[in-house]
Design a protein around this ligand. Sequence first.
Ligand code: SAM
Length: 279
Amino acid sequence: MWFEEIHDDFFKQGLRVEEKLVEVESEYQKIEVYRSREFGKLLVIDGHGMLCERDEFIYHEMMAHVPICTHRDPKRVLIIGGGDGGVAKEVLRHGDIEVDMVEIDREVVRISQEYFPEIGDWENPRLNLTIGDGIEFVKRADSGSYDIVLVDSTDPEGPAEGLFNREFYAHVFRILKDDGMVVAQGESWWIDMPLHKEIMGVIGQFFKIVMPYRFEMYSYPGCNWNFILGSKRYHPTADIILQRADLIDGLRYYNSDIHKASFILPNYVKKELGQLYKW
Ligand code: SAM
């Protein structure tokens, strides 16, 4: 049996899976967990692979530590989505940071706790989990209340649709402090450059610095994937204090060299992005 992820009817990637461990139709989406032959267990939402045990550390470390090591002194981080707990666990490695996480689907949290218990850090007292809509949460949050916002959402369909537009980012900008920054899932240059450019453009309407950074995700279609960092003040390659990146315990992917290298863009990407790239 294969788990196949089809993107826009032109690209397909597959993983050999041995059994389906669970399938739940929640209020918001269909959630499945498979056991794959070589990549460990795999979490799938509405047919899209969210994470698998073999390479989840790459995504989660890169989403969390790049902005944290760019910022001078982050204390409050908001995660939108992220119901598998992986990004929160990485943020919580920094002992002085408090995390608010807003995940819309209780079932994603429950299934992740049951099938991927080692990926989260659910009992950590510095994690404050709200089950609710991230769009409504940012509307109600106080201005200037967060240092970093991480948007770890599903693709722009269903409940995540409103996490990609101007209104959402206007609130993200508002609730960040004057030196705050946001990181969002930036999709793939190779598989969906139009969507990548759209997110760059929306974030660029508010933030002074907007830069994508890359990582490889072997279980995602096309393997080449990006996050997009929008920053009000700090520059992710000029202002990073490199030693901090190498002092975090237990990391398997991220380090100071990866940090710098991940911001280097190939020529075809620079050309495509043009003025959307604000550095
Ligand atoms: N790493 C994953 C990826 O990009 O493939 C995403 C991980 S996480 C499982 C994505 C989460 O975003 C899902 O659990 C989904 O329920 C949540 N989500 C989608 N829309 C949301 C919203 N409006 N507010 C809060 N969470 C949302």
